[in-house]
Design a protein around this ligand. Structure first.
Ligand SMILES: Cc1ncc(COP(=O)(O)O)c(C=O)c1O
Length: 387
């Protein structure tokens, strides 16, 4: 009986497939390309220099590994759900940031925080302004809500973007995305500008992405106590060395927090990530030593590349930009010696630029040595960009 009914209906529906939401159907898949498989197939003995995704270039503090290994000695920590809402991470983050625990939400990477804000606040017809060029993944979260973001594109991509944001912002703009330092330009938006924008446009949500905060030390986090329309996001993927565990967080005032909590999944930060994040925060010396290495490393790399004739931008984050005539050629040549960097030259307004994640001083010396070997036979690799 059921079989007959199913046969009759499936004939009728044979050409139809379940359709995704209209706004998702229109999206192109996010074209993230990982170098991990290329790294795995490197010849034996080649030490990879993974400098393409701005992760920490070294493993986390041994205290993180110890904490996770100890935690795994009780198998129940895997068959039980994690602690809801990551309370220990929140408490430790409150000490680290100076922000009240109830103003902090721990998420599955800061990507998850950005997505949560978009899912909670955006609907078709909303106006969203995004400082550009920037972290492209954010656009997916916006477009998935049926919103076509408007790009605030400053004439000089290295200028503080506040004036361009003001020019682009409308009175009814729902959300403005301001990464600071911005990826890839490295621009830092002063907290005083953020506070002024929040006060002038109380119906607009200002989303300040501080994924690279630790490398520059400038933050808008203390403003969340006074600016109810501000959200600040951060991550454990950069200076804490646990990008693979996926932990991020956001800070905001009580009204936005109450709305975000309606969609927030308190189980979304896994048990190992929670243990790893607490241990990473506790090892202040490791973090400070790594940040100091990166700060010295970016100056060293900038200096050495300039000495070899390249056009260079040293940012306040953990990356340095190099503008060359043949970005793909440079990326490919470096790959042949086990160095992975990111071609950003196809971003609008960013022709010619290649981004190098900065690691420790010894890694940067290693990078320069490998580059010099290449330059012996390919002196054109750092040749100037021609518009
Ligand atoms: C500006 C910016 N925001 C967010 C992220 C994502 O960080 P997470 O690993 O915490 O999801 C990145 C990653 O590169 C980034 O550059």
């Amino acid at each position: 009986m059921i079989q007959e009914g199913l046969r009759a209906r499936s004939r009728k529906l044979v050409m139809e497939m379940p359709r995704p939401a209209r706004d998702v159907e229109r999206l192109a898949p996010y074209d993230a390309v990982s170098s991990l498989s290329a790294i795995k197939s490197l010849p034996k003995g080649t030490v990879p220099l993974k400098l393409d995704w701005n992760e920490s270039s070294i493993p986390p503090s041994p205290r993180v590994i110890e904490a996770i290994t100890g935690f795994l000695s009780n198998g129940h920590h895997l068959n039980w759900y994690p602690e809801l809402g990551a309370p220990k991470v929140r408490a430790a983050l409150s000490t680290y940031t100076g922000v009240r625990p109830d103003s902090i939400l721990v998420t599955n990477g800061s990507d998850d925080a950005l997505d949560l804000v978009c899912r909670t606040y955006l609907e078709p017809g909303d106006d969203v302004v995004v400082v550009w060029p920037t972290y492209g993944h954010f656009l997916i979260y916006v477009k998935a809500r049926g919103v076509q973001p408007r790009l605030a594109l400053p004439e000089d991509p290295y200028a503080v973007p506040t004036a361009t944001i003001l020019d682009t912002l409308r009175d009814d703009t729902k959300l403005v995305y301001i990464p600071s330092p911005n990826n890839p330009t490295g621009t830092v938006t002063p907290p005083a500008d953020i506070a002024a924008l929040c006060r002038a446009f109380p119906a607009t949500l200002f989303l300040v992405d501080e994924a690279y905060y630790e490398f520059c030390g400038v933050t808008s986090a203390p403003l969340v106590a006074a600016c109810p329309n501000l959200v600040v996001t951060r991550t454990f993927s950069k200076c804490f060395g646990i990008a693979g565990l996926r932990v991020g967080y956001l800070m905001t005032g009580p009204v936005i927090m109450e709305n975000l909590r309606k969609l927030y999944n308190p189980k979304s930060v896994n048990a190992l990530a929670q243990v790893g994040a607490v241990a990473a925060l506790a090892d202040v010396d490791s973090r400070e030593a790594y940040v100091a290495q990166v700060r010295a490393g970016r100056d060293l790399l900038g200096h050495e590349l300039r000495r070899r004739g390249a056009e260079v931008r040293v940012t306040q984050a953990n990356y340095v930009l190099v503008r060359v005539r043949d970005p793909q050629g440079l990326v490919g040549a470096l790959e042949s010696v086990g160095v992975f960097v990111r071609d950003r030259s196809r971003m609008e307004g960013f022709a010619g630029w290649v981004r190098f994640t900065v690691g420790t001083l010894s890694q940067m010396h290693d990078l320069i040595e490998r580059m010099d070997v290449l330059l012996e036979t390919r002196p054109d690799l750092l040749a100037s960009f021609v518009p």
